[in-house]
Design a protein around this ligand. Structure first.
Ligand SMILES: Nc1nc2c(ncn2[C@@H]2O[C@H](COP(=O)(O)OP(=O)(O)OP(=O)(O)O)[C@@H](O)[C@H]2O)c(=O)[nH]1
Ligand SMILES: [Mg+2]
Length: 415
Protein backbone atom coordinates (compact mmCIF):
# COMPACT_ATOMS: atom_id res chain seq x y z
CA UNK A 1 0.00 0.00 0.00
CA UNK A 2 2.81 2.43 0.82
CA UNK A 3 6.17 2.75 -0.90
CA UNK A 4 9.46 2.30 0.84
CA UNK A 5 11.52 5.33 -0.10
CA UNK A 6 14.34 6.14 2.27
CA UNK A 7 14.70 9.57 3.82
CA UNK A 8 18.46 9.55 3.61
CA UNK A 9 18.45 9.97 -0.16
CA UNK A 10 16.34 13.10 0.17
CA UNK A 11 17.95 14.86 3.05
CA UNK A 12 20.97 16.30 1.28
CA UNK A 13 19.14 17.74 -1.70
CA UNK A 14 16.84 20.69 -2.25
CA UNK A 15 13.84 18.50 -1.68
CA UNK A 16 11.78 19.35 1.37
CA UNK A 17 12.06 16.52 3.86
CA UNK A 18 9.59 17.74 6.46
CA UNK A 19 6.50 19.95 6.29
CA UNK A 20 5.42 21.14 9.72
CA UNK A 21 1.72 21.96 9.52
CA UNK A 22 0.28 24.28 12.16
CA UNK A 23 -3.42 25.14 12.05
CA UNK A 24 -4.24 28.45 13.70
CA UNK A 25 -7.27 30.32 14.84
CA UNK A 26 -6.64 33.45 16.92
CA UNK A 27 -3.08 32.58 17.84
CA UNK A 28 -1.57 36.06 17.39
CA UNK A 29 0.01 35.89 20.85
CA UNK A 30 1.85 32.67 20.03
CA UNK A 31 2.49 32.26 16.35
CA UNK A 32 5.62 34.33 15.65
CA UNK A 33 7.31 33.18 18.82
CA UNK A 34 6.51 29.62 17.89
CA UNK A 35 7.89 29.95 14.36
CA UNK A 36 11.16 31.37 15.67
CA UNK A 37 11.43 28.69 18.35
CA UNK A 38 10.88 25.93 15.79
CA UNK A 39 13.43 27.47 13.43
CA UNK A 40 15.95 27.68 16.25
CA UNK A 41 15.55 24.00 17.05
CA UNK A 42 15.59 22.58 13.53
CA UNK A 43 18.55 20.48 12.48
CA UNK A 44 20.44 21.97 9.52
CA UNK A 45 20.64 18.64 7.74
CA UNK A 46 17.09 18.74 6.35
CA UNK A 47 15.16 21.25 4.30
CA UNK A 48 11.98 21.94 6.21
CA UNK A 49 8.88 24.03 5.58
CA UNK A 50 6.53 25.43 8.19
CA UNK A 51 2.98 25.82 6.91
CA UNK A 52 0.59 27.95 8.92
CA UNK A 53 -3.03 27.26 8.00
CA UNK A 54 -5.11 30.15 9.25
CA UNK A 55 -8.90 30.39 9.14
CA UNK A 56 -9.13 34.15 8.69
CA UNK A 57 -8.49 34.73 12.40
CA UNK A 58 -10.16 37.93 13.63
CA UNK A 59 -7.08 38.70 15.73
CA UNK A 60 -4.94 38.92 12.59
CA UNK A 61 -2.83 35.77 13.05
CA UNK A 62 -2.70 35.19 9.30
CA UNK A 63 -1.59 38.76 8.61
CA UNK A 64 1.12 38.58 11.23
CA UNK A 65 2.63 35.60 9.48
CA UNK A 66 2.14 37.30 6.12
CA UNK A 67 4.09 40.36 7.37
CA UNK A 68 6.78 38.15 8.83
CA UNK A 69 7.18 36.57 5.41
CA UNK A 70 7.08 39.96 3.65
CA UNK A 71 9.80 41.23 5.90
CA UNK A 72 11.95 38.57 4.34
CA UNK A 73 10.84 39.94 0.94
CA UNK A 74 9.67 36.73 -0.61
CA UNK A 75 5.99 37.10 -1.41
CA UNK A 76 4.10 34.84 -3.74
CA UNK A 77 0.37 35.31 -4.53
CA UNK A 78 -2.04 33.05 -2.58
CA UNK A 79 0.52 30.97 -0.76
CA UNK A 80 3.31 33.15 0.56
CA UNK A 81 6.65 31.89 1.66
CA UNK A 82 10.01 32.84 3.08
CA UNK A 83 13.19 30.85 3.41
CA UNK A 84 15.79 31.32 6.10
CA UNK A 85 18.69 28.90 6.08
CA UNK A 86 17.16 25.44 5.97
CA UNK A 87 13.57 26.45 6.67
CA UNK A 88 10.75 28.00 4.63
CA UNK A 89 7.63 29.51 6.11
CA UNK A 90 4.33 29.56 4.22
CA UNK A 91 0.90 30.74 5.17
CA UNK A 92 -2.33 29.37 3.79
CA UNK A 93 -5.25 31.76 4.22
CA UNK A 94 -8.62 30.07 4.42
CA UNK A 95 -11.70 32.22 4.22
CA UNK A 96 -13.80 30.68 7.00
CA UNK A 97 -13.25 28.78 10.21
CA UNK A 98 -14.54 25.30 9.58
CA UNK A 99 -12.63 23.08 11.90
CA UNK A 100 -9.28 21.64 12.63
CA UNK A 101 -9.27 18.59 10.36
CA UNK A 102 -10.18 20.49 7.14
CA UNK A 103 -7.47 23.03 8.01
CA UNK A 104 -4.87 20.29 8.46
CA UNK A 105 -5.93 18.62 5.20
CA UNK A 106 -5.57 21.94 3.35
CA UNK A 107 -2.10 22.30 4.83
CA UNK A 108 -1.22 18.81 3.64
CA UNK A 109 -2.42 19.69 0.12
CA UNK A 110 -0.15 22.73 0.08
CA UNK A 111 2.84 20.89 1.47
CA UNK A 112 5.72 19.48 -0.50
CA UNK A 113 7.63 17.58 2.19
CA UNK A 114 8.13 13.86 1.98
CA UNK A 115 7.04 13.79 5.60
CA UNK A 116 4.49 15.80 7.51
CA UNK A 117 4.46 16.89 11.15
CA UNK A 118 1.24 18.15 12.69
CA UNK A 119 1.34 20.36 15.79
CA UNK A 120 -0.68 23.02 17.67
CA UNK A 121 0.24 26.69 17.77
CA UNK A 122 -0.30 27.30 21.49
CA UNK A 123 3.01 25.87 22.81
CA UNK A 124 1.26 22.83 24.25
CA UNK A 125 3.55 20.91 21.91
CA UNK A 126 7.14 21.95 22.71
CA UNK A 127 9.23 22.93 19.66
CA UNK A 128 12.22 21.09 21.20
CA UNK A 129 10.55 17.72 20.60
CA UNK A 130 10.29 18.28 16.82
CA UNK A 131 13.93 17.31 16.01
CA UNK A 132 13.50 14.11 18.05
CA UNK A 133 10.41 13.20 16.07
CA UNK A 134 12.21 13.92 12.80
CA UNK A 135 15.07 11.72 13.86
CA UNK A 136 12.72 8.87 14.82
CA UNK A 137 10.86 9.10 11.54
CA UNK A 138 14.10 8.96 9.61
CA UNK A 139 15.04 5.84 11.51
CA UNK A 140 11.57 4.30 10.98
CA UNK A 141 10.58 5.77 7.62
CA UNK A 142 7.24 4.04 7.16
CA UNK A 143 5.79 4.64 10.60
CA UNK A 144 3.74 7.15 12.49
CA UNK A 145 5.74 8.89 15.21
CA UNK A 146 3.44 10.12 17.95
CA UNK A 147 4.24 12.76 20.55
CA UNK A 148 2.83 11.02 23.61
CA UNK A 149 1.69 12.28 27.00
CA UNK A 150 0.93 8.83 28.28
CA UNK A 151 4.08 6.77 27.73
CA UNK A 152 6.80 6.72 30.35
CA UNK A 153 8.50 10.10 30.50
CA UNK A 154 5.50 11.98 29.12
CA UNK A 155 3.22 14.17 31.19
CA UNK A 156 0.61 16.89 31.25
CA UNK A 157 1.15 20.17 33.06
CA UNK A 158 -1.46 22.79 33.83
CA UNK A 159 -4.68 20.95 33.14
CA UNK A 160 -7.32 20.97 35.85
CA UNK A 161 -8.15 17.52 37.18
CA UNK A 162 -11.44 17.34 35.29
CA UNK A 163 -9.76 17.92 31.93
CA UNK A 164 -7.14 15.28 32.74
CA UNK A 165 -9.82 12.72 33.53
CA UNK A 166 -11.80 13.69 30.45
CA UNK A 167 -8.72 13.21 28.27
CA UNK A 168 -7.79 9.90 29.90
CA UNK A 169 -11.38 8.66 29.57
CA UNK A 170 -11.53 9.68 25.91
CA UNK A 171 -8.23 7.92 25.22
CA UNK A 172 -9.45 4.81 27.04
CA UNK A 173 -12.65 4.77 25.00
CA UNK A 174 -10.73 5.18 21.76
CA UNK A 175 -8.11 2.58 22.60
CA UNK A 176 -10.46 -0.17 23.68
CA UNK A 177 -13.66 0.76 21.83
CA UNK A 178 -11.91 1.22 18.49
CA UNK A 179 -9.16 -1.38 18.89
CA UNK A 180 -6.19 0.98 18.87
CA UNK A 181 -4.79 -0.45 22.10
CA UNK A 182 -1.27 -0.43 20.68
CA UNK A 183 -1.11 3.38 21.07
CA UNK A 184 -1.21 4.96 24.52
CA UNK A 185 -2.04 8.46 23.28
CA UNK A 186 -4.23 8.05 20.17
CA UNK A 187 -5.77 11.49 20.79
CA UNK A 188 -2.45 13.28 20.45
CA UNK A 189 -2.41 16.37 18.26
CA UNK A 190 1.36 16.05 17.76
CA UNK A 191 2.57 13.47 15.27
CA UNK A 192 4.81 12.91 12.28
CA UNK A 193 4.34 10.58 9.33
CA UNK A 194 5.08 10.18 5.62
CA UNK A 195 2.82 12.59 3.71
CA UNK A 196 1.25 9.84 1.63
CA UNK A 197 -0.19 8.21 4.77
CA UNK A 198 -2.30 11.24 5.44
CA UNK A 199 -2.99 12.17 1.81
CA UNK A 200 -4.50 8.80 1.03
CA UNK A 201 -6.97 8.80 3.85
CA UNK A 202 -10.59 9.79 3.40
CA UNK A 203 -11.70 11.69 6.45
CA UNK A 204 -15.33 11.27 7.34
CA UNK A 205 -15.66 12.41 10.92
CA UNK A 206 -16.36 15.88 12.17
CA UNK A 207 -14.11 15.26 15.14
CA UNK A 208 -10.87 17.08 15.57
CA UNK A 209 -8.59 14.18 16.31
CA UNK A 210 -7.20 13.33 12.93
CA UNK A 211 -4.57 10.95 14.32
CA UNK A 212 -7.29 8.73 15.76
CA UNK A 213 -8.95 8.47 12.36
CA UNK A 214 -5.64 7.58 10.69
CA UNK A 215 -4.90 4.90 13.29
CA UNK A 216 -8.35 3.33 13.10
CA UNK A 217 -8.25 3.19 9.32
CA UNK A 218 -4.64 1.96 9.04
CA UNK A 219 -4.16 -0.63 11.72
CA UNK A 220 -1.17 -2.12 9.91
CA UNK A 221 1.06 0.99 10.01
CA UNK A 222 3.77 0.70 12.71
CA UNK A 223 3.71 3.39 15.38
CA UNK A 224 6.24 4.74 17.82
CA UNK A 225 5.50 7.04 20.75
CA UNK A 226 7.95 9.71 21.89
CA UNK A 227 7.30 11.10 25.36
CA UNK A 228 6.89 14.83 25.79
CA UNK A 229 5.52 17.23 28.35
CA UNK A 230 2.23 18.77 27.29
CA UNK A 231 1.74 22.21 28.78
CA UNK A 232 -1.66 23.85 28.82
CA UNK A 233 -1.86 26.94 26.64
CA UNK A 234 -0.57 30.04 28.42
CA UNK A 235 -1.68 32.63 25.86
CA UNK A 236 -4.69 32.89 23.62
CA UNK A 237 -8.13 31.45 24.00
CA UNK A 238 -9.13 27.79 24.08
CA UNK A 239 -11.35 26.45 21.31
CA UNK A 240 -12.44 23.53 23.45
CA UNK A 241 -16.15 23.70 24.19
CA UNK A 242 -19.04 21.32 24.74
CA UNK A 243 -19.47 20.99 20.95
CA UNK A 244 -16.04 19.35 20.91
CA UNK A 245 -17.25 16.65 23.32
CA UNK A 246 -20.35 15.93 21.24
CA UNK A 247 -18.28 15.88 18.04
CA UNK A 248 -15.94 13.45 19.72
CA UNK A 249 -18.79 11.10 20.65
CA UNK A 250 -20.06 11.29 17.07
CA UNK A 251 -16.60 10.64 15.65
CA UNK A 252 -16.15 7.57 17.86
CA UNK A 253 -19.46 6.19 16.64
CA UNK A 254 -18.60 6.84 12.98
CA UNK A 255 -15.20 5.21 13.35
CA UNK A 256 -16.77 2.26 15.12
CA UNK A 257 -19.21 1.85 12.20
CA UNK A 258 -16.31 2.17 9.80
CA UNK A 259 -14.54 -0.69 11.61
CA UNK A 260 -17.61 -2.86 11.26
CA UNK A 261 -18.15 -2.06 7.58
CA UNK A 262 -14.55 -2.55 6.51
CA UNK A 263 -14.31 -5.67 8.64
CA UNK A 264 -17.24 -7.18 6.76
CA UNK A 265 -15.64 -6.58 3.40
CA UNK A 266 -12.01 -7.31 4.02
CA UNK A 267 -11.86 -10.01 6.62
CA UNK A 268 -14.64 -12.52 5.98
CA UNK A 269 -18.34 -13.01 6.18
CA UNK A 270 -18.04 -14.65 9.56
CA UNK A 271 -17.14 -11.31 11.03
CA UNK A 272 -20.51 -10.01 10.00
CA UNK A 273 -22.15 -12.86 11.92
CA UNK A 274 -19.94 -12.06 14.87
CA UNK A 275 -20.86 -8.41 14.95
CA UNK A 276 -24.55 -9.35 14.81
CA UNK A 277 -23.95 -11.70 17.72
CA UNK A 278 -22.04 -8.96 19.54
CA UNK A 279 -24.85 -6.47 19.06
CA UNK A 280 -27.50 -8.98 20.10
CA UNK A 281 -25.54 -9.57 23.31
CA UNK A 282 -25.31 -5.82 23.91
CA UNK A 283 -29.11 -5.71 23.43
CA UNK A 284 -29.64 -8.50 25.96
CA UNK A 285 -27.29 -6.81 28.40
CA UNK A 286 -29.23 -3.56 28.18
CA UNK A 287 -32.52 -5.47 28.60
CA UNK A 288 -31.19 -7.19 31.72
CA UNK A 289 -30.03 -3.78 32.97
CA UNK A 290 -33.56 -2.41 32.59
CA UNK A 291 -35.01 -5.46 34.36
CA UNK A 292 -32.52 -4.76 37.18
CA UNK A 293 -33.73 -1.19 37.46
CA UNK A 294 -37.33 -2.37 37.75
CA UNK A 295 -36.45 -5.01 40.36
CA UNK A 296 -34.38 -2.44 42.27
CA UNK A 297 -37.24 0.07 42.19
CA UNK A 298 -39.93 -2.40 43.23
CA UNK A 299 -37.89 -3.85 46.12
CA UNK A 300 -36.77 -0.45 47.40
CA UNK A 301 -40.34 0.79 47.16
CA UNK A 302 -41.88 -2.19 48.92
CA UNK A 303 -39.36 -2.22 51.78
CA UNK A 304 -39.24 1.50 52.43
CA UNK A 305 -40.62 3.01 55.58
CA UNK A 306 -43.06 5.37 53.90
CA UNK A 307 -44.83 2.67 52.03
CA UNK A 308 -44.73 0.25 54.95
CA UNK A 309 -46.34 2.89 57.11
CA UNK A 310 -49.18 3.43 54.74
CA UNK A 311 -49.90 0.04 53.26
CA UNK A 312 -47.90 -2.23 55.60
CA UNK A 313 -46.70 -4.35 52.71
CA UNK A 314 -43.58 -6.09 53.88
CA UNK A 315 -41.60 -4.60 56.70
CA UNK A 316 -40.51 -1.36 58.25
CA UNK A 317 -37.03 -0.61 56.92
CA UNK A 318 -35.28 2.78 56.74
CA UNK A 319 -35.49 4.02 53.11
CA UNK A 320 -31.72 4.06 52.55
CA UNK A 321 -31.39 0.48 53.78
CA UNK A 322 -34.28 -0.44 51.51
CA UNK A 323 -32.48 1.10 48.59
CA UNK A 324 -29.24 -0.75 49.38
CA UNK A 325 -31.13 -4.06 49.61
CA UNK A 326 -32.87 -3.21 46.31
CA UNK A 327 -29.52 -2.50 44.63
CA UNK A 328 -27.95 -5.70 45.99
CA UNK A 329 -30.83 -7.91 44.88
CA UNK A 330 -30.98 -6.32 41.43
CA UNK A 331 -27.19 -6.69 41.01
CA UNK A 332 -27.59 -10.38 41.85
CA UNK A 333 -30.50 -10.89 39.50
CA UNK A 334 -28.58 -9.02 36.78
CA UNK A 335 -25.67 -11.38 37.30
CA UNK A 336 -27.76 -14.54 36.94
CA UNK A 337 -29.80 -13.25 33.98
CA UNK A 338 -26.63 -12.16 32.19
CA UNK A 339 -24.86 -15.41 32.95
CA UNK A 340 -27.73 -17.58 31.77
CA UNK A 341 -29.26 -15.50 28.97
CA UNK A 342 -26.81 -12.85 27.70
CA UNK A 343 -23.64 -14.91 27.78
CA UNK A 344 -25.37 -18.31 27.60
CA UNK A 345 -23.17 -19.74 30.33
CA UNK A 346 -25.07 -22.70 31.78
CA UNK A 347 -22.36 -23.94 34.18
CA UNK A 348 -23.35 -23.32 37.79
CA UNK A 349 -20.49 -24.96 39.69
CA UNK A 350 -20.32 -23.10 43.05
CA UNK A 351 -16.65 -22.00 43.08
CA UNK A 352 -16.51 -20.66 39.53
CA UNK A 353 -19.96 -19.03 39.80
CA UNK A 354 -18.88 -17.26 43.00
CA UNK A 355 -15.72 -16.01 41.26
CA UNK A 356 -17.79 -14.75 38.35
CA UNK A 357 -20.18 -13.07 40.75
CA UNK A 358 -17.39 -11.18 42.53
CA UNK A 359 -15.90 -10.13 39.20
CA UNK A 360 -19.33 -8.98 37.97
CA UNK A 361 -19.83 -6.82 41.06
CA UNK A 362 -16.30 -5.39 40.66
CA UNK A 363 -16.99 -4.50 37.02
CA UNK A 364 -20.29 -2.88 38.06
CA UNK A 365 -18.35 -0.71 40.51
CA UNK A 366 -15.98 0.34 37.71
CA UNK A 367 -19.02 1.10 35.54
CA UNK A 368 -20.45 3.25 38.31
CA UNK A 369 -17.22 5.23 38.67
CA UNK A 370 -17.07 5.79 34.90
CA UNK A 371 -20.70 6.90 34.90
CA UNK A 372 -20.14 9.38 37.71
CA UNK A 373 -16.95 10.71 36.09
CA UNK A 374 -18.60 11.26 32.70
CA UNK A 375 -21.65 12.82 34.32
CA UNK A 376 -19.52 15.16 36.40
CA UNK A 377 -17.44 16.38 33.49
CA UNK A 378 -20.31 16.85 31.12
CA UNK A 379 -22.40 18.77 33.64
CA UNK A 380 -19.34 20.81 34.67
CA UNK A 381 -18.88 21.66 30.99
CA UNK A 382 -22.44 22.96 30.79
CA UNK A 383 -24.03 20.04 28.99
CA UNK A 384 -27.64 19.76 30.24
CA UNK A 385 -28.07 17.22 33.04
CA UNK A 386 -30.59 15.06 31.16
CA UNK A 387 -28.34 14.65 28.14
CA UNK A 388 -25.30 14.07 30.36
CA UNK A 389 -27.14 11.36 32.27
CA UNK A 390 -28.15 9.49 29.12
CA UNK A 391 -24.63 9.68 27.66
CA UNK A 392 -23.03 8.70 31.00
CA UNK A 393 -25.31 5.69 31.48
CA UNK A 394 -24.97 4.56 27.86
CA UNK A 395 -21.17 4.80 27.84
CA UNK A 396 -20.76 3.27 31.30
CA UNK A 397 -23.12 0.37 30.53
CA UNK A 398 -21.32 -0.38 27.27
CA UNK A 399 -17.90 -0.34 28.91
CA UNK A 400 -19.32 -2.43 31.72
CA UNK A 401 -20.65 -4.92 29.15
CA UNK A 402 -17.27 -5.18 27.43
CA UNK A 403 -15.45 -5.66 30.75
CA UNK A 404 -17.85 -8.39 31.87
CA UNK A 405 -17.73 -10.09 28.50
CA UNK A 406 -13.96 -10.22 28.56
CA UNK A 407 -13.08 -10.67 32.22
CA UNK A 408 -16.11 -12.19 33.95
CA UNK A 409 -17.38 -14.54 31.23
CA UNK A 410 -14.04 -14.87 29.43
CA UNK A 411 -15.36 -14.28 25.93
CA UNK A 412 -13.53 -12.51 23.14
CA UNK A 413 -14.75 -8.92 22.92
CA UNK A 414 -15.69 -8.95 19.22
CA UNK A 415 -17.37 -12.34 19.11
N1 LIG B 1 -7.25 26.69 11.11
C1 LIG B 1 -7.90 26.31 12.23
N2 LIG B 1 -7.20 26.08 13.34
C2 LIG B 1 -7.88 25.71 14.46
C3 LIG B 1 -9.28 25.57 14.51
N3 LIG B 1 -9.64 25.19 15.76
C4 LIG B 1 -8.50 25.11 16.47
N4 LIG B 1 -7.45 25.44 15.70
C5 LIG B 1 -6.01 25.42 16.04
O1 LIG B 1 -5.71 24.09 16.35
C6 LIG B 1 -4.79 23.99 17.43
C7 LIG B 1 -5.43 23.23 18.58
O2 LIG B 1 -6.54 23.95 19.09
P1 LIG B 1 -6.69 24.30 20.64
O3 LIG B 1 -7.66 25.40 20.81
O4 LIG B 1 -5.36 24.50 21.26
O5 LIG B 1 -7.38 22.98 21.14
P2 LIG B 1 -7.02 22.17 22.41
O6 LIG B 1 -5.53 22.01 22.50
O7 LIG B 1 -7.85 20.94 22.37
O8 LIG B 1 -7.58 23.07 23.59
P3 LIG B 1 -6.86 24.29 24.37
O9 LIG B 1 -5.39 24.12 24.34
O10 LIG B 1 -7.49 24.30 25.71
O11 LIG B 1 -7.24 25.52 23.58
C8 LIG B 1 -4.43 25.43 17.78
O12 LIG B 1 -3.26 25.77 17.09
C9 LIG B 1 -5.63 26.22 17.26
O13 LIG B 1 -5.29 27.55 16.92
C10 LIG B 1 -10.00 25.83 13.30
O14 LIG B 1 -11.22 25.73 13.23
N5 LIG B 1 -9.26 26.20 12.21
MG1 LIG C 1 -4.25 23.58 22.78
Amino acid sequence: MFSNRSNAELSNSNIVTFSIIIPTYNESENILRLITEIEKNLPTSDLTEIIIVDDNSPDGTGNLVENYINQQNHANQKVSRTRTRNCMVKVVHRTVKNGLIPAIMDGVKQSSGRNVIIMDADFSHPPEVIPKMMQELKMNPNSIIIGSRYVEGGKVIGWPKKRKILSTGASFLARFGLSVKRVKDPMSGLFALPREFIENISIDTKGYKILLEILVKNKEIPTKEIPYTFTDRRSGKSKMDKGVILNYAEAIWQLYRHGQKSGQVTINEKLNERSVLFLSKVGRYYTVGISGLIINYIISFLLANDVANSIRLLSNVWYLEASIIGAAISATSNFFFNKYWTFEDRQFEVGSTARQYISFIGMSAIGLIIQIAILYFMVENFVPYRISLIVAIAVATTINFILNKKFTFKEKVWA
